[in-house]
Write a protein that binds this ligand. Structure first.
Ligand SMILES: [Cu+2]
Length: 192
């Protein structure tokens, strides 16, 4: 079942009075009973280009069906189709031209590409369509990654993960990375 953020919010509102009543009846002095309702897990990645200039932000939200990855970016090549992926290492060093972010996040050891028979990497994402002003604002929900720790598809593994935008489109088949060109921008995924 897919829960929209609005639905989650309204559910929390319903539960708040119940918790408050329980506090009054059973344990008015116990501060642990007053704990805030759990918020959805979220993370952000601030995307910088090779000059260190911000090109935008990606916001990640854990849902029942995966992780929603929303991107709002600008100063990108106009009218372009660009690959973006989750990469396996949470390090964005422009001196390395973002090679520091490593290969695609691939905890399940698949081949690259949505159209590959043995695909695809957990970090694969559908290409971004950048408009005539060099902007893109879109989101995708991927079932292949998690913001929860201690699961094998967690982006928060020991060395973290990063989001990388490339200079070309992903052809969804070429190995190891869809013939997507160089790395244009990079952002470390940080819990928020
Ligand atoms: Cu990539």
């Amino acid at each position: 079942m897919h829960l929209s953020p609005n639905l989650v919010f309204s559910t929390l509102v319903v539960f708040v009075p119940t918790v408050a009543m329980a506090v009054v009846v059973t344990s008015a002095s116990d501060p642990t009973v007053r704990a805030e309702p759990a918020k959805p897990l979220t993370a952000t990645a601030s995307l910088l280009n090779l000059s260190g200039k911000s090109v935008g932000t990606a916001t990640l939200t854990q849902t029942d069906t995966g992780v929603n990855v929303a991107i709002n970016a600008s100063n990108l090549p106009k009218n372009s189709s660009l690959a973006w992926h989750i990469h396996q290492t949470g390090t964005c060093d422009p001196k390395s031209k973002f090679a520091s972010a490593g290969s695609h996040f691939n905890p399940l050891n698949k081949a690259h590409g949505f159209e590959h028979a043995e695909g695809h990497h957990a970090g694969d994402l559908p290409n971004l369509n950048v408009n005539a002003n060099g902007k893109v604002e879109t989101s995708v929900t991927t079932p292949n990654i998690s913001l929860m720790k201690n699961v094998n598809t967690s982006v928060f593994d020991t060395d973290g993960s990063a989001i990388v935008i490339h200079t070309k489109a992903d052809d969804y088949t070429s190995q190891p990375a869809g013939d997507a060109g160089d790395r244009l921008a990079c952002g470390v995924i940080k819990s928020s």
